[in-house]
Write a protein that binds this ligand. Structure first.
Ligand code: UDP
Length: 258
């Protein structure tokens, strides 16, 4: 195996130098963390599934004209992406009250929101990713007003598209997190979607039963994490129905989720 230079190691991914300038290899780990990395564990096979789900969603988003960093999937755990300068803001899109919004504002989990809410968090682990407003972003120069306009615009388009994509397979897209980056073309910076979209950063609830098909299974010690992630992949058509029944006994998995 050729030794590649590691650029960065995050909680769920490693970034390596890519084969050409301006590219990176994004490696998906099985590690899972929650509550600002106070809770740590592994979800066997998660990296493989997230790589596949993220490839799928980024490809579909690319097809509707959202610029993304995704170039191609290389193997089970790796994808080739464009190198970006990450905007230090986590963009959370919410359709249904859950998680920190419910806690902070006392709104019952599962309450449908009358309009989509966009929230921004400053990406800083030491500070615990604090909630911020446009005012902080402008004041501290984390992104320009033009860039924030593009980011908000893309986040809403992504939400509309993904809500439909998941609704069509019986899944309610409750909320999710996005990250964006800058690519430089001559002296001009353009914003593109970066990072990943997978059950690690989305809340996905089965529409019929309400069961959670995302990282809340890990956060809340519900068990059945692998089965939940596989179920999302299966419904997206990424795991053939009859595939590898020894590994993927879906009926058993589904029962375990209940
Ligand atoms: N999220 C994420 N990374 C973070 C924080 C949040 O991917 O560092 C996602 C999370 O999975 C959920 C959404 O953003 O889908 C909203 O998370 P919330 O603010 O409710 O925080 P949580 O309850 O997950 O701590």
């Amino acid at each position: 195996m050729n030794r590649r230079r590691q650029i960065y190691e995050g909680k769920a991914k490693i970034l390596y130098e890519g084969p050409e300038p301006g590219t990176l290899i994004q490696y998906f780990k099985d590690d899972a963390t929650a509550f600002n990395a106070q809770k740590k564990g592994t979800i066997n096979g998660k990296g493989v599934i997230n790589n596949r789900i993220s490839e799928h969603v980024f490809t579909l988003l690319g097809n509707i004209g959202i610029p993304t960093h995704f170039i191609k999937r290389l193997n089970m755990r790796e994808q080739l992406v464009r190198q970006v300068e990450i905007v230090p803001i986590e963009v959370v899109v919410r359709n249904v009250a859950a998680g920190s919004l419910s806690k902070r504002l006392g709104v019952e989990e599962g309450t449908q929101l009358s309009r989509t809410i966009l929230e921004y968090y400053y990406k800083d682990d030491a500070l615990g990713d604090p909630l911020i407003t446009d005012e902080h972003i402008a004041c501290f120069g984390w992104a320009s007003q033009e860039e924030m306009h593009d980011i908000a615009d893309m986040a809403i388009r992504i939400n509309d598209f993904m809500s439909g994509l998941f609704a069509a397979i019986g899944i309610r897209l409750v909320d999710f997190k996005l990250e964006f980056g800058r690519v430089w073309e001559n002296d001009f910076a353009r914003i593109i979607l970066a990072d990943e979209i997978s059950p690690d950063g989305c809340r996905l609830w089965d529409m019929a039963s309400g069961e959670k098909l995302d990282k809340d299974r890990f956060r809340r010690d519900l068990g059945g994490e692998v089965e939940a992630y596989q179920e999302v992949a299966r419904r997206l058509g990424l795991l053939p129905d009859g595939a590898d029944s020894a590994v993927l006994d879906l009926e058993t998995h589904r029962k375990k989720l209940r």
